[in-house]
Design a protein around this ligand. Structure first.
Ligand code: FMN
Length: 367
């Protein structure tokens, strides 16, 4: 029987053990480090005897026995089996996303309920319980107006009026509009009893476990009566806490992955995950997916609210994580930027490059 190393296999050290983790369905297995040499010998279809010839330091019988163990763990696959075909299909289909994205997806698709009962944790001490709110008590702050947001536009109209804006009128955004946007999207709506975790708050967006791990940081370039700079939005005080002065057009374009149009945005809002707030309850790595989903929910509420307030919103997945974290004085470990939103005053054409699809475009479309 000929064997081959699984294409969909990620190896790493975990808790000081060399670990091989096959996906989509395999389990991580701790192995002695020489197993890497053995796996390496099965880069192409080979019998254990053939592989043993490339491993002169090992006794052929040992290689055969070890290969049987690696096969049992799905690290080696047997030629002609459905497992081998699926492995090849996955590696080919996910192509450039292998290994990072494919590994993350498949390695977090199981064991959702392995740590069930987490909700009932009463063992958290005051020290172990992450604060509900992020705050910079020493920072200079801008207290924001509490003008009720005129959010009475019909939902249907707002839904169909929303577009991603990449062109903006050259005027500053009124401060009450920014204030209303921040409080509507990020402010607490009410408080619920989270058991051992104490009180939790809810927002206008659903958020996994009501953990509210996402904080809003605001880069202001052009907002009425507000100095350009990088701020944290303190949801409890409804204020902007100054972290660093200055926020230029060039900086916005650079931080948004070199996208020139972002230079004209009046402000950006960076969604930053406070990792511990989620991790302390959900110890399964699948919870990281929920952080990303939570960011999407906040993003959608942001763009709809901004539209209802007469702003031209956008969102971008392209941004420089480390440069952005550094600008916000975040360590990039306990607090990680996940999503960048922004807005300005809309131009009549939100996106000059978005032309209606005509006959030529449809000729080049697989419907
Ligand atoms: C998660 C996400 C990431 C995006 N990233 C970018 C981006 O990096 N650059 C950009 O110009 N547009 C980005 N967009 C905007 C999309 O290109 C836009 O939504 C799409 O063209 C549809 O246009 P619409 O938003 O007006 O409906 C992103 C949208 C989403 C939802």
């Amino acid at each position: 029987m000929r064997l081959r190393r699984a294409f969909c296999l990620t190896c790493y050290w975990h808790q000081n053990a060399f670990t091989a983790h096959p996906y989509p369905d395999g389990r991580p297995v701790a192995l002695p480090a020489p197993a890497a040499e053995l796996l390496d010998a099965f880069g192409t279809w080979s019998t254990p005897e053939e592989a043993a010839k490339t491993l002169p330091a090992y006794d052929p019988q040992t290689v055969t026995e070890a290969a049987a163990t690696l096969l049992a763990h799905g690290l080696l696959l047997a030629e002609g089996t459905p497992e081998a075909e699926r492995d090849e299909h996955l590696a080919r289909h996910w192509e450039h996303w292998v290994p990072e994205a494919a590994f993350f997806h498949y390695a977090t698709q199981h064991d959702v309920y392995e740590t069930a009962g987490e909700d009932d944790r009463h063992d958290l001490t005051a020290d172990g319980r992450p604060p509900l709110f992020t705050a910079y008590p020493q920072a200079h702050r801008v207290l924001l107006p509490r003008v009720p947001a005129p959010l009475d536009a019909p939902l249907g109209e707002v839904l169909y009026r929303r577009r991603t804006h990449r062109r903006f009128a050259g005027r500053p955004v009124p401060l009450p509009a920014l204030a209303a946007l921040l409080s509507t999207v990020f402010g607490p709506v009410d408080y619920i009893d989270g058991g051992g975790f104490g009180a939790l708050f809810r927002r206008t967006s659903p958020q996994g476990g009501a953990r509210q791990e996402l904080d809003a940081y605001v880069g202001i370039r052009s907002v009425d009566a507000t100095a350009p700079g990088w701020y944290h939005y303190n949801v409890r005080e409804h204020c902007l806490e100054l972290l660093a002065g200055g926020c230029t057009a060039e900086e916005l374009a650079t931080l948004c992955g070199g996208q020139g149009w972002a230079a004209d945005a009046c402000f950006v809002v960076v969604l930053v995950a406070r990792v511990e707030r989620m991790l302390v309850k959900y110890r399964n790595p699948r919870a990281y997916r929920v952080c990303l989903l939570d960011a999407g929910h906040l993003g959608q509420t942001f763009v709809l609210t901004a539209t209802a307030l007469g702003l031209g919103p956008f969102q971008t997945g392209a941004f420089h994580d480390t440069a952005l974290a550094a600008r916000l004085n975040l360590d990039g470990v306990t607090s990680v930027p996940l999503y960048v939103l922004g807005a300005g005053l809309p131009e009549s054409t939100p996106d000059p490059d978005a032309r209606p699809a005509g006959l030529t475009a449809f000729r080049h479309t697989t419907l």
